[in-house]
Design a protein around this ligand. Structure first.
Ligand code: UT7
Length: 327
């Protein structure tokens, strides 16, 4: 890993603001999720706008003006077709560069890292920009308090380059998994080929994101804990070797359960969910950038990443933090 950056839309939405239109309260949201505020993109701002902001900062941080491939992990592409990555690459001055999206909901960034690492190992690319970007607010049912209070918008990005397995910044191994039997637990029912929108109005609420919160909570704890343990095993690390757990910011209580399951003290978890909510595929790279900028992540420290999301999907990897400028 050779560069990191992030981008948040300027509008901050507090719990109190949500409580003016939904039957909820700041106290409920804080105590059940750890969230205090989130950022929402203004109408007219698309996922690619946030992705370009984060990608430009990651490129600058890496000292590389261009890369050989651009991967965008997102649940909220600018359009159903084409993918968002090519326009992001073009706006970053990389017309002609390989660019594609990865769709694994909140696990998308970890899947994106794995595919980027694969491109490098296969010598298809020497440097890859991996961006997690979301305008999740565009999917939320404004009347659904169980989802509206959780999600936020944002983007984070990293640059990967080829290197040795022993230098700071070395990434991997990976653990990835899925269980499509849980498809209905996290879903936007309408708009794809299963429930088409062409010429047909979606059934009420079915064009919005829906989640079975309690079931998802249990799956998230189980899968992130299992995947994190598997990747530690593959890396030959013990829990005690991990300086920081940067997990998908789904719910502060989930992160604490996962840390406990792995055998890590809570103090080793980096959390920014209070400030940004759950930003889906953007959550891990956004957290990495904030932890780096705040001096929490320091060179050569050992970092464990784990994520869980719709699909169901999950994935984990490890890295040693590189020497990067802080600006
Ligand atoms: O990022 C992808 C993965 N996503 C996740 O991992 C999210 C996982 N799930 C969660 O984080 C939690 O399940 C939620 C935050 C979504 C919900 O928290 P919970 O502690 O599981 O609450 P619950 O769904 O069991 O609901 C408890 C009560 C219910 O009321 P009753 O039936 O006990 O009267 C809900 O109707 O809380 C009520 N409730 C709310 N009350 C105030 C649900 N949402 C709200 C709300 N404000 N926003």
């Amino acid at each position: 890993m050779a560069g990191v950056g992030s981008c948040l839309p300027s509008r901050v939405v507090s719990n109190d603001e949500l409580a003016t239109r939904l039957d909820t309260s700041d106290a409920w949201i804080r105590s059940r999720t750890g969230i205090e505020q989130r950022h929402f993109a203004a109408p007219g701002t698309a996922t690619s706008d946030l992705a370009v902001g984060a990608g430009a900062k990651a490129l600058k941080s890496s000292g590389e003006p261009t890369v050989d491939a651009v991967i965008v992990a997102t649940t909220t592409p600018d359009r159903p077709c084409p993918a968002t990555a090519p326009v992001v690459a073009a706006r970053l001055g990389m017309t002609g560069t390989a660019a594609y999206d990865v769709s694994a909901v909140c696990t998308g960034f970890v899947y994106g890292l794995a595919t980027a690492a694969g491109l490098i190992l296969a010598e298809v690319a020497d440097r890859v920009l991996v961006i997690g970007a979301e305008t999740f607010s565009t999917l939320l049912d404004p009347d659904d308090r169980s989802t509206s209070v959780i999600f936020g918008d944002g983007a984070g990005a990293v640059v990967l380059r080829s290197g040795t397995g022993t230098e700071p910044g070395a990434l991997g191994p990976f653990d990835l998994g899925s269980d499509g039997e849980g498809e209905a637990l996290i879903t936007v029912p309408a708009g794809g080929s299963r429930q088409r929108l062409s010429g047909v109005a979606p059934r009420p609420g079915e064009a919005y994101f829906a989640m079975s919160g309690k079931d998802v909570f249990r799956h998230a704890v189980r899968r992130m804990t299992g995947s994190a343990k598997a990747v530690l095993d593959r890396a030959g690390w013990n829990a005690g070797d991990v300086d920081h757990l940067v997990s998908h910011q789904a719910n502060l209580r989930i992160t604490h359960h996962v840390a406990e399951g792995i055998g890590l003290p809570r103090e080793r978890c980096f959390n920014n969910i209070a400030e940004v909510g759950n930003t889906a595929a953007a959550s891990i790279p956004l957290a990495l950038d904030q932890a780096h900028t705040r001096g929490v992540l320091r060179p050569a420290q050992r970092v464990l990443l784990t994520a869980f999301g719709g699909g169901l999907t999950w994935g984990s990897t490890v890295l040693t933090w590189p020497q990067l400028d802080r600006s």
